[in-house]
Design a protein around this ligand. Structure first.
Ligand SMILES: *[C@@H]1O[C@H](CO)[C@@H](O)[C@H](O)[C@H]1NC(C)=O
Ligand SMILES: *[C@@H]1O[C@H](CO)[C@@H](O)[C@H](O)[C@H]1NC(C)=O
Ligand SMILES: *[C@@H]1O[C@H](CO)[C@@H](O)[C@H](O)[C@H]1NC(C)=O
Ligand SMILES: *[C@@H]1O[C@H](CO)[C@@H](O)[C@H](O)[C@H]1NC(C)=O
Ligand SMILES: *[C@@H]1O[C@H](CO)[C@@H](O)[C@H](O)[C@H]1NC(C)=O
Ligand SMILES: *[C@@H]1O[C@H](CO)[C@@H](O)[C@H](O)[C@H]1NC(C)=O
Ligand SMILES: *[C@@H]1O[C@H](CO)[C@@H](O)[C@H](O)[C@H]1NC(C)=O
Length: 591
């Protein structure tokens, strides 16, 4: 019986071709006692979750600061985008579409996307994206639901997309779900846009896009949703690179950013623990290419910036029991990445079409990538004048120190990359120069010992970015950001009764980020430290089913900013919340 079910799942996968369903069954080449961290967990069936007791909470959530809303804010109106759409066996069929129509002619200065979802019964975590006119507004992963199903909700500040909300537009929501006898959960999704007047003054020069939204946005995505979405499929049998010709770029931009949206699936779901290819080949693994990925952006063949992405843990990854009901960092609202490309305005403001290329370096199957080109235009001039002043983007080579014998090995990889660009733009206010510089660093130690008995990975990805704007006489604005993404996992596995194995894993991961901005009409600073610690055990049978699972989590979220503070501490054990407290009192510095 179980054999049949597994075969059915594999057939599903095959017909979906590299299905992107966020979290799918991955046929795993190894026997149960050869689990490798980050791999194959999808094939394991968390049967233990059926035994859910009544204390189990079914409302899933990601710990985050609520959308910043001053107390005098007024809700003006709500525009429904998707009303109770049921995602059953949607696979990679066309997305659910609807029409957005503005619900107000009054001024608004804050827009919040409100997502409400339920799932009827057991289902894997699935990836989902909402687009408006092909422009990505939200990417979210569903939770991984147990038999009793449940609900989750996401609120996202989408004020940065304000320029889209003035006219009627096509909305598309893709959620690639697959149903079978065991994973029968279907999703019921509603999405709304809430329009607020907060009384916040627009600060057009602010680096914060939620107070200074762009005036035009161009989609860097498929023109029509193919295989179920506007996103590009990169890696594996698909190329690692995609180019899109963008037409209709206005001639008068004075500022430009590219927002990159991405998620990694299948053999790439936990790309940051992938071993090198020679090890993968020697051990008959389908996933390799090592644990380093870079997403680069070029305009007409010129590199203009890159992202070393957050090592996202999906809600079914490693130990699914650890992520109930508190979701892994960054899964309810997947992070997008902003690159300031103002130094390159001279490449795009000539009225001609331009080619934007997105590449996921080293990607296997498969990455879902698209991007939004944000432009700020000066309506007082027909065209801005602009020029590139300096360009400095040296090649870099990751430092690789690896050795292995059979399944055991030590793999050390480190890399750093620095680039900086300067360009001038002359608009109706004058001629100024923008300098953008980035320093990216990466280090990873992957250790495999005792014939898969002990495995660990210790990773840190960090970035420091700076944007300066000045003219001949003074520094006008500065915007500095830094981020660090630590990820550590340690796993033991040992033989247990009936040819099963016990797999014990402990994870520590997090996201810290700081921002500091001074500009013509204001300043702001924020600091976030968001960490999750988990531990748990899976008992995996020789047929890849799970006969027992435990998981516990502790999360500390500490946000300090010039618009307020927010801290929350949550602990869970086997799907139940055992502690949850929050405060808006700023926390004193610790040593
Ligand atoms: C979907 O959810 C809505 C409420 O959000 C509910 O009214 C409706 O009955 C649900 N549909 C199904 C088929 O469960
Ligand atoms: C890899 O697969 C080949 C062919 O099936 C087999 O001969 C070899 O023993 C396998 N190696 C390992 C390490 O499992
Ligand atoms: C704007 O300033 C830059 C840098 O000082 C200079 O190279 C450029 O020629 C100036 N542009 C105009 C139109 O004067
Ligand atoms: C530089 O900008 C400041 C502030 O906008 C302005 O007062 C000053 O005249 C500008 N200098 C030049 C040379 O344009
Ligand atoms: C792995 O097993 C060793 C020896 O039993 C133990 O010291 C260690 O704490 C275990 N690690 C984890 C992550 O369970
Ligand atoms: C091993 O399998 C047998 C038969 O399926 C079962 O009766 C027994 O309880 C199992 N033992 C353990 C420790 O799970
Ligand atoms: C973030 O918080 C964790 C504990 O919650 C702490 O161990 C870590 O040092 C903090 N990181 C930074 C950069 O402050």
């Amino acid at each position: 019986m179980m054999q049949n079910i597994i075969i059915t799942l594999m057939v599903c996968m095959a017909t979906l071709s590299a299905a992107v369903v966020g979290a799918d069954f991955i046929p795993y080449p190894m026997k149960a006692r050869h689990w490798m961290i980050g791999k194959g967990r999808r094939g394991a069936r968390p049967k233990a979750l059926d035994d859910a007791s009544s204390t189990v909470s079914t409302g899933f959530f990601e710990v985050a600061r609520p959308v910043d809303m001053p107390s005098e804010s007024k809700l003006i109106c709500t525009a429904p985008l998707i009303r109770s759409f049921l995602f059953k066996d949607t696979g990679e069929s066309d997305p659910s579409t609807s029409q957005f129509a503005p619900c107000t002619t009054e001024p608004f200065d804050r827009v919040v996307l409100r997502w409400r979802g339920t799932c009827s019964s057991r289902q894997f975590a699935r990836i989902s994206t909402l687009w408006m006119s092909g422009i990505e507004l939200l990417r979210t992963s569903t939770p991984e639901f147990a038999n009793e199903g449940g609900s989750w909700s996401v609120d996202k500040d989408v004020t940065r997309f304000t320029c889209l909300f003035k006219t009627v537009r096509k909305v598309a929501l893709q959620l690639n779900n697959v149903l079978d006898v065991d994973y029968s959960g279907f999703f019921n999704i509603s999405v709304y846009l809430d329009f607020y007047q907060t009384g916040t003054k627009r600060k057009y020069a602010s680096p914060d896009l939620s107070v200074a939204p762009s005036h035009r946005i161009k989609a860097i995505s498929l023109p029509n949703p193919k295989d179920g979405g506007y996103w590009f499929h990169l890696g594996g049998d698909n190329p690692q690179t995609i180019s899109k010709e963008v037409v209709g770029i206005p001639r008068n931009p004075y500022r430009a950013t590219i927002e990159i949206c991405l998620s990694a699936h299948n053999d790439e779901e936990s790309w940051y623990t992938n071993p090198p290819t020679d090890y993968a080949n020697a051990n008959n693994l389908t996933f390799g290419n090592g644990p380093f990925r870079e997403v680069t952006v070029s305009i007409d063949g010129t590199f203009v910036g890159s992202v070393w992405p957050f090592p996202l843990v999906l809600p079914g990854s490693f130990d699914p029991m650890a992520w109930r009901p508190v979701l892994p960092i960054g899964t309810a609202t997947l992070p997008s990445y902003d690159l300031d490309i103002t130094p390159f305005v001279s490449l795009i403001n000539d009225g001609n079409p331009h080619t934007i290329t997105l590449t996921v370096v080293n990607s296997l199957s498969e990455w879902l990538v698209d991007a939004n080109l944000h432009l700020w235009v000066d309506s007082k001039v027909g065209a801005t004048r602009a020029g590139l002043i300096s360009y400095n983007a040296p090649d870099f080579t990751p430092l690789d120190n690896s050795k292995f014998s059979g399944p055991n090995g030590d793999f050390y990889l480190s890399a750093s990359r620095k680039y900086s660009f300067a360009g001038w733009v002359e608009d109706s206010k004058g001629n100024y120069t923008v300098c953008v510089s980035s320093l990216l660093t990466y280090s990873n130690a992957l250790i495999m010992q005792g014939d898969y008995g002990y495995q660990s990975s210790d990773l840190t990805i960090a970035a420091q970015n700076q944007v300066l704007r000045y003219n001949d006489t003074l520094l006008i604005a500065t915007y500095k950001t830094s981020s660090s993404f630590p990820f550590q996992i340690k796993c033991n596995q040992s033989d247990a009764a009936n040819d099963s194995v016990n797999l014990n894993c402990a994870i520590a991961h997090g996201m810290t980020s700081d921002e500091f901005a001074i500009f013509e009409k204001g300043s702001f600073a924020t600091s976030l430290n968001n960490t999750q610690l988990t531990s748990g055990q899976l008992t995996i049978n020789s047929d890849n089913t799970v006969s027992g699972a435990t998981g516990s989590l502790h999360q500390d979220y500490v946000y300090t900013g010039t618009s307020g503070c927010y801290q929350r501490a949550v602990s869970t054990s086997n799907s139940a919340i055992v502690q949850d407290s929050f405060s808006t009192v700023c926390k004193p510095c610790r040593d």
